[in-house]
Design a protein around this ligand. Structure first.
Ligand SMILES: *Cc1c(COP(=O)(O)O)cnc(C)c1O
Length: 386
């Protein structure tokens, strides 16, 4: 079986410097909030064209922290897609707020701005929940339609979060999602385009005070610079708790790994785009290949095709030694913990896509010969079975 994502090829490329960086942390003893954390945050911010970057425990907590910072809670509505990983919608109930599920566009699987506008109007008309924020997802690695989504948010006074767990590094007209969003979040789960060797996440933002608040929330609501303005505290401010926070620190070890991976990330994004182009060229006449928003550059967390006999094709590929995956077979608005939350107008595009999508092997080290074998196996099956 060829690998679905080949993390070992990347590890071999990074070689000794990666192992040295890990060993340096082990020997230093600075396992929590060591110096690599601040260095990594600065480099991540630079890569993502962000004024501020905060590392944290996971991509899930990266979504939770800004909701906490804005005081979003019971009675509040946060709009999001249902064709996404559970974490996108999970953070709303975690703060007591309600997700409101909105359908996606059929070509990009990203939030449909017109459906968002209609959903906000429906929630306002019903008058039970207060619209507060939108979480757009850069699904499978490509940017959502941020100019249009930001316009809806501006009209209704909503905060906009870019859940870029799969899409960190993606751009629209050369700009990262944070250009339009209030906050962009990402995950460093190993299989994401920029992954570490465990769990980790980050929140990118634009406002110094807001970033400061996230710094506080990340470590138990501890006093930060802005809390100490105009007051004196004669002890370590670590033990002055200003608000209810949590522990969402990322390990120093993960920052050390990510600093190495960042040095090749731009090159890997190019390699991913070359792989995607080869799939489109080899398959575009026979199956539905992904559409990319105009001016968008995807980081191709996944390469997802659509066919009628999805399960037949997956079984055929498995027999040929080609692994595939289905993201996401059951959309969130249908799953038990989420099905009672509002879904104004329904989600027909999401439901149709969930029955047809199939993700193919995708990573920057997929060589052309192996990829041509995958393409050949798909062509044989589709030609035979229509
Ligand atoms: C992976 C993922 C997350 C959660 O990230 P974790 O680091 O696993 O907590 C959130 N949103 C999306 C869209 C994801 O794909």
């Amino acid at each position: 079986m060829i690998p679905f994502i080949d993390l070992q090829a990347q590890r071999r490329r990074l070689g000794q410097p990666l192992e040295d960086a890990i060993l340096e942390v082990v020997r230093s003893g600075a396992y929590v909030m060591g110096p690599q954390i601040a260095t990594f945050e600065a480099e991540l911010a630079a890569f993502g064209q962000a004024p501020y970057a905060l590392s944290c425990g996971s991509g899930t907590e990266a979504l939770l922290l800004p909701l906490m910072a804005w005081g979003i809670g019971p009675g509040d509505a946060v709009f999001c897609p249902a064709f996404t990983f559970a974490a996108t919608a999970e953070v709303m109930p975690l703060v007591g707020a309600s997700p409101v599920f909105v359908d996606v566009l059929p070509d990009t699987y990203n939030l449909d701005p017109a459906r968002l506008e209609a959903a906000v109007a429906a929630v306002k008309a019903e008058g039970k929940l207060t619209p507060r924020a939108v979480i757009a997802v850069d699904l499978f690695g490509q940017p959502a339609d941020y100019p249009a989504l930001a316009a809806v948010c501006a009209r209704h006074g909503l905060k906009l979060i870019a859940d870029s767990a799969q899409g960190f590094g993606c751009t629209l007209g050369g700009r990262h999602p944070l250009h339009w969003a209030d906050v962009a979040t990402t995950s460093f789960f190993p299989a994401k385009p920029l992954g570490c060797y465990g769990d980790g996440g980050a929140v990118l933002s634009k406002d110094a005070r807001f970033h400061d608040l996230l710094v506080s929330l990340r470590v138990h609501g501890q006093a930060v610079k802005s809390d100490l303005e105009g007051r004196t505290f004669e002890h370590d401010p670590k033990y002055l708790n200003m608000r209810v926070g949590m522990n969402s620190r990322m390990d120093t070890l993960q920052a050390a790994v990510l600093l190495q991976k960042l040095t090749i990330f731009a090159d890997e994004i190019q390699a991913r785009n070359a792989v995607a182009a080869r799939y489109a060229e080899g398959l575009g006449d026979l199956v539905r290949v992904p559409g990319v928003i105009e001016g968008g550059v995807s980081v191709w967390a996944q390469y997802v095709i659509e066919t009628a006999d999805r399960d037949g094709l997956a079984a055929h590929l498995r027999a040929e030694g080609v692994p595939t995956a289905v993201y996401y077979p059951v959309p969130l608005h249908i799953q038990a913990p989420y099905r009672d939350y509002p879904q104004p107008g329904g989600l027909p595009v999401t439901e149709a896509a969930a029955g047809k999508v199939l993700a193919l092997p995708m990573h920057p080290y997929l060589d052309a010969d192996v990829q041509d074998r995958i393409i050949g196996a798909i062509r044989n099956f589709v030609k035979r079975n229509g």
